[in-house]
Design a protein around this ligand. Structure first.
Ligand SMILES: Cc1cc2nc3c(=O)[nH]c(=O)nc-3n(C[C@H](O)[C@H](O)[C@H](O)COP(=O)(O)OP(=O)(O)OC[C@H]3O[C@@H](n4cnc5c(N)ncnc54)[C@H](O)[C@@H]3O)c2cc1C
Length: 386
């Protein structure tokens, strides 16, 4: 498999690296401490043209591929996982999904403002009683004339406290299980839509996470995505791409951890020598590098496969590989950030050094967008052809 980037991908990587080194990393500790991403960072991301990265140019996007999305996710996560998560929810879970499933009217209405960054996007699936069991959602949508009336609750929705628009799943035929789910395009100003809680988290602080309440929320019928009861197709079609892109998060995080540790190991002295002289520290650094590169390889291989595999692919090589990339990278992030805190010793345990932020951020990658247990289940089912 060829891992050489084309010219566009190389330029994108270079541009993102510059942005992360000079404009994002210096803010990362503040974003974590204040639990807020400054508007200036969001504006800069819009100016870089990555808010509609994978959406075609005719709708205001950059028309880039999945490898490019992985490059952006890896670089942003190296600077701030909070920013990369918010970007992922907007650009991949919302805008990319919307492009792939919307009709022409919906694309023209919603994509240009999402791609320019004027509007922030979200994807609302999870509910208090339905996380891993996503098709067990209880939010209902009942058709009345030319509108649907929705009642229910969504929880843990990234960007929801600030989002203008999003994809939201509800049951239109609750007795049909997964075949009774419909995906809707929702706007924050639709009557009956409210974000009732801004959830405080241990990591990824700054990425806004909220709870949504729908009380007789009215959505016009033209906002159904793909068709009534086609929601599970919308849900499944984007999963391999989502898992592949999210796998790049812990890869970027691990790069940040390793860079910090290499520098610290060359500066911190104990027993009259820098700690980088001790073989037990050297072993940790070597393991961190090796695991990070293994995850990185898996992640970019899945991205390359995304480009040649039709979306929606149960039973495909990609379905296993994308789940494997997210699984391995997520758990790698935990191990690498744990080693990073260890290498920094007591200083690593304080809020003054960034490694404790990386340690807290890493945990989400084994939970969000499918837990490690669910990823293992998917891989095993594919292997056993169940
Ligand atoms: C910061 C953050 C951001 C998020 N952003 C979004 C978002 O933007 N949009 C959105 O829709 N959702 C979002 N989520 C929700 C996320 O996708 C869910 O938290 C995740 O899918 C797990 O669901 P749950 O939390 O309900 O855990 P549960 O499903 O209740 O799982 C609890 C435990 O049981 C295990 N378990 C469950 N079922 C099985 C099984 N069959 N076999 C073995 N073990 C099992 C799980 O692995 C886990 O360890 C976000 C979550 C967080 C924390």
């Amino acid at each position: 498999m060829d891992f050489h980037w084309n010219e566009d991908q190389k330029m994108l990587q270079e541009m993102m690296r510059r942005f992360v080194d000079h404009e994002l990393t210096p803010w990362a500790q503040k974003i974590d401490a204040k639990d807020k991403i400054p508007k200036s960072i969001r504006n800069k991301l819009s100016n870089l043209g990555v808010m509609g990265l994978t959406v075609p140019e005719q709708y205001g996007g950059a028309g880039a591929d999945v490898i490019s999305a992985v490059i952006v996710m890896e670089e942003l996560s190296r600077g701030s996982c909070s920013v990369s998560l918010s970007w992922l929810a907007h650009a991949i879970l919302c805008a990319d999904n919307l492009f792939h499933h919307a009709n022409e009217f919906q694309r023209e209405k919603y994509l240009p403002k999402l791609c320019s960054g004027e509007h922030l996007g979200m994807l609302a699936l999870t509910e208090p009683g339905a996380g891993s069991d996503a098709v067990g959602i209880k939010t209902v949508a009942v058709k009345k004339g030319k509108e649907y009336i929705l009642n229910g609750r969504k929880v843990f929705i990234t960007n929801s406290p600030l989002a203008h628009v999003g994809i939201l799943y509800a049951k239109t035929q609750p007795n049909r299980g997964s075949r009774g789910i419909t995906a809707f395009i929702i706007e924050k100003d639709f009557p009956g839509f409210a974000v009732t809680r801004w959830i405080e988290k241990m990591g990824h602080r700054g990425s806004p996470t909220g709870e949504i309440v729908l009380e007789d929320c009215r959505i016009p019928e033209e906002n159904v995505l793909l068709g009534e009861n086609q929601g599970v197709r919308v849900m499944m079609d984007g999963l391999d791409v989502e898992r592949t892109v999210i796998a790049a998060g812990p890869v970027g995080l691990a790069r940040a951890a390793l860079d910090l540790c290499v520098r610290y190991a060359g500066e911190r002295e104990q027993f009259g020598k820098t700690i980088g002289n001790f073989q037990l520290i050297q072993g940790k650094l070597a393991d961190m590098y090796t695991e990070m590169e293994a995850a990185r390889g898996l992640c970019y291989r899945a991205a390359a496969l995304c480009q040649v595999t039709e979306r929606g692919g149960k039973g495909t090589e990609l379905h296993k590989l994308a789940a494997a990339a997210a699984l391995f990278a997520g758990e790698m992030g935990e191990r690498v950030s744990n080693n990073a805190v260890q290498i920094f010793g007591g200083y690593g345990y304080t809020m003054e050094y960034p490694v404790n932020r990386l340690y807290r951020d890493a945990k989400l990658y084994t939970i969000g967008a499918g837990t490690s247990e669910i990823r293992r289940t998917i891989i095993a089912r594919e292997l056993l052809k169940m």
